[in-house]
Structure formats: C-alpha cells, structure tokens
Design a protein around this ligand. Structure first.
Ligand SMILES: [Zn+2]
Length: 509
C-alpha cells in the first residue's frame, strides 16, 4: 500500500514536471514565433494574376550585358522561364503574350545578397513587388531550404540562396540551448565536430557556410578548410582572431558587410574612437586603399549593407522621425513588436536604441560622436573598395531592425550612389556580380539566361532612383504588371494590419 502511494507520488510529480516543461516550451516557442514573424497572417498568393507561358517584350530599351548602356528598340522573347531571343527584328508567333515596351527600360531582376527572411513568408512577396528576383538568406534554416525548393517549383517568390546560421566557437550551455532552439549561432569547440558540421550542412543542401566574428583561429581554420574540401563557400563575418591579415589567404570568399573591415581597423587603431574621431578617420584613410587592393587580389567580395549602418544613429537618437521615414506598414508586425525574448522596432523597445545612456548627456554625446564616425568610416572604406575595383554585391540586411524587405534595396542603391559609385556599376552590383557569386544563370538580359526581369518607366542609368519606377516584374517566367504588384503590396499591408497588436498609425503619413 505504502509502496503504491510512493509510486503514485513519483508518477504525479513526473507528469507535472513533464506537463510543465511542455507548457513552458510552448510558451517559449510561441514567443519565438512571435518575434520571427510566424504569427502574421499569410497572404494567399493564388489571388494574384500572373501570366506565364511565352512572353514577348517589344520595342524596349534593354540594359547591355555589361550594364554600361541601354540598347534601344529590342524585342526580348521568353519561353519556359528562359530568355530565348534578344534582337531588333524578331518574328513573334501567335502563342506569345505581347508586352509593349515602348518608352520603357528593361533591366535584369535585382538581387539582394543579404537578407533575413526569419519566419516571415509574406516578405517573399515584398521582394517580388520591389523588383527583387533573387535573395541571399544569411541565417538559413531548414524552413528556408524548403522555401527555396518551393520557389524552384514555381511558387510566387524570388529565388533563394541559403547560407547556414552563423557558425561560432563559443563555449557554454546557454549558447548550446540558444543554438538548438533559436536562430542563434551554432557553436563548435572541437575541430572534429566543426568539420562534421560542415559536411552535414553540405548534405542538407545549404549554399554557403556563414562564419561568426567570434570564431577562434583553430575552429575558423577547420571550417574554412573543410568547406574548401567540399566546395561550399565559407562566407560572412571577419573573425577578430584571424584579422584582416589572416583573411586574405584563409579561403573565406566573402565578407557580409563593409563593416567587417571598418570594425577591424577600429580594433587596430590604438586610440579611442570617440575621443579622437578625426585621427581614427585619418588612420583609416591611410590604410583603406591597401586593404582594398589586398581584398581584390584575394578575390574576396564584399556585401554593401550601407543603409542599415546609416540608420543606426537615426534609430538611436531620432527613432520617431526615422520610423516615419520608412515603409513601416509593410514590415511584419511580429518583428516590429518583438516578444518577451527579443526587442522589436518601436520607441522604448528598439534594438538599436540605447536606453541605458538616455539620461546621461555625456554618454549620449560620446555615443553620437562614435556613430557619426562609424558612418564616415563606412563611406571612406566603401569609396576605397569602389576605387580599387573590389567586387561589391548589394546587400541590405533586411529584417534587421529598421530595414524593410524589398523597399530597402532601393535605399541601398542610393547609398552606393552617395559613395560615388556610378549608376552602371551599381546596377552591376545588384545584378551580374551577385548572380555570378551565386553561380546562377540570372542577372543578364541574354539568350539562355533566366527570365528574371524588371520593366522600369525611367532609365536607372540616368538616375539610380529610377529603379523604383517599376512597371512590370517577371520572376521565374511569371509576369506581374503594376496592377498586380500594387495588389500584392495592398494584401501584405492588410494582412499585417489584421495581425497587429500595437498600432503604428502615428508613424504612417
Ligand atoms: Zn545579417
């Protein structure tokens, strides 16, 4: 009898613990889903009318394959998702849908090489509606591999390149848990395990291994070496333990931000940046060309992500005006609102806003100087990369706080223009350069290439802002005219509004 009672108690306690764990796990899961944007209503993509089949775009000015000029009066034929002819005189059979391109401009679909889709599937529509036909997911998971396959089999989506989550080497059980349950870096402390992980990522179908900046030298070398063996690019952040000098011969083929370079020079600079900002900028000015030359010689390419950096001081010190200046209504409300586990975008809960220094004028002053210098350093380094012909690919870091998927790419093009990049080079950095990096047959208006195209009302070679004058998008052979693009945007906006818990009305003009 006694034994039975004890058994009952043990069973009861065990059940309580298990139920409690499940409930708290569900609670945590629910919070994660909230800040990854999964709880937002999904737009039904079958509502949109796309014409597929054979398409003929007649009498249009099309961007040349080197992005240097518009070639007048061309006809472009599209069949089965591929460009099958580009010429002045073309016979068009009756099975073609004709699009009159008179007075308009044709460019390859734009590519954003640095985005974070999180669990916000409506973002795919925002990319398409903004003329972006290819994105590079830089914190990839199995979910994104699945979305990539759906895009391949014809869903309304840009093509997707999927890099792994950041791979690091930090110790600790909390990091292990975060790595297992959140989209946080995966850490390996033994070279054997790190090498095995690279093999596994390759088997799972990831397009690249994303490196974390905190990687120690030993694990960094194991990963880059193993990645090379399996012919999968090792890309991402610059490890402080390796530094710029160690980078050039490391096998890492890409830096995910220009910031990776400037941050490293700030580490090497012996002074304190906010005390001696001009001295630091002089130091960077002296070093920037030689760094750029070495990057060029080592064939290391760099994603731009300039406009997100420009936004940091705005978000930190002028959040209300900043939120009014962006297309906030299209951003997934889950991400804007955040959760108990992660900050969002709104004042008082914005991940870039440093609330701790708000009441200390001296710290605010120093922080302002630091961020002003940070942005100026970014411009100096970007100009040096442009001057020395380093391959830059356009990347935005979309869905990082303040960066709206799709719309932000056009901001990024303007930021590059501000740094003195020619419009022709900017278009190259948003089409051919990333397409080649992703080893895909897209990014050019050329026979045999994928039919990922955008028709613009105005010429972007004259003013890069004209990239926003989108008339038609063709993605994966599917054509969407302006009316459908507007209807996509409207649907995302409405789905967001229905999913919102906190009003953003005061930020919408
Ligand atoms: Zn990122």
């Amino acid at each position: 009898m006694r034994r039975k009672t004890i058994k009952k108690w043990v069973l009861g306690i065990t059940l309580t613990v298990i139920t409690g764990s499940i409930v708290s796990c569900l609670g945590v899961k629910s919070q994660i889903n909230q800040h990854l944007g999964k709880k937002t209503e999904l737009v039904n993509t079958s509502n949109f009318k796309t014409s597929s089949g054979s398409i003929a775009i007649k009498n249009i000015s099309a961007l040349s394959s080197d992005c240097s000029q518009m070639l007048d009066s061309l006809t472009v034929l599209i069949k089965d998702g591929k460009i099958i002819n580009v010429a002045k005189q073309v016979d068009i059979t009756s099975d073609y849908t004709i699009v009159d391109g008179t007075g308009k401009y044709l460019i390859p679909g734009l590519i954003d090489t640095h985005v974070h889709l999180k669990n916000s599937k409506n973002d795919l529509l925002l990319y398409v509606a903004n003329g972006i036909t290819y994105v590079g997911e830089m914190t990839g998971s199995k979910r994104h591999l699945q979305w990539r396959e759906e895009a391949k089999s014809g869903s309304l989506s840009p093509r997707i390149y999927v890099a792994t989550r950041k791979v690091g080497s930090q110790k600790g059980i909390i990091r292990k848990i975060k790595g297992a349950f959140f989209d946080q870096p995966l850490n390996y402390t033994k070279t054997k395990k790190a090498r095995k992980a690279v093999q596994k990522f390759k088997e799972q179908g990831f397009d690249a291994i994303k490196l974390n900046g905190t990687l120690n030298k030993e694990i960094y070398e194991a990963i880059t070496n193993e990645a090379k063996k399996h012919n999968v690019p090792a890309i991402g952040h610059l490890s402080f333990s390796v530094g710029l000098d160690g980078l050039y011969s490391s096998g890492q083929s890409q830096l995910s931000h220009i910031e990776e370079i400037t941050k490293n020079t700030m580490e090497d600079y012996t002074g304190i940046v906010y005390n001696t900002p001009n001295e630091y900028l002089d130091y960077l000015n002296q070093k920037s060309d030689s760094i750029a030359i070495k990057l060029k010689e080592s064939n290391i390419i760099v994603a731009s992500t300039i406009s997100v950096i420009e936004s940091v001081p705005k978000q930190n010190f002028d959040i209300e005006n900043f939120l009014e200046s962006i297309e906030l209504e299209y951003e997934n409300p889950g991400l804007i609102e955040g959760s108990k586990l992660a900050k969002g975008w709104l004042p008082g809960n914005n991940s870039y806003e440093n609330m701790e220094i708000k009441n200390n004028p001296e710290l605010v002053r120093k922080s302002k100087i630091f961020w002003e210098t940070y942005v100026k350093a970014y411009y100096i380094m970007t100009k040096a990369l442009i001057r020395n012909g380093v391959t830059i690919t356009v990347g935005t870091d979309a869905n990082v706080t303040g960066v709206i998927p799709g719309f932000s790419l056009h901001d990024e093009l303007e930021s590059l223009s501000k740094c003195g990049m020619s419009n022709s080079k900017i278009l190259h950095a948003a089409t051919i350069a990333p397409a080649q990096w992703m080893q895909s047959e897209t990014g050019k208006i050329k026979i045999g290439y994928d039919a990922d195209l955008v028709i613009l009302e105005k010429n972007p070679l004259i003013d890069i802002k004209n990239s926003r004058t989108i008339n038609t998008v063709i993605v994966n052979g599917k054509l969407l005219n302006r009316k459908e693009l507007d209807s996509i945007l409207q649907s995302v906006k409405e789905a967001n509004n229905r999913s919102r818990k906190i009003s953003i009305d005061k930020f919408i003009n």
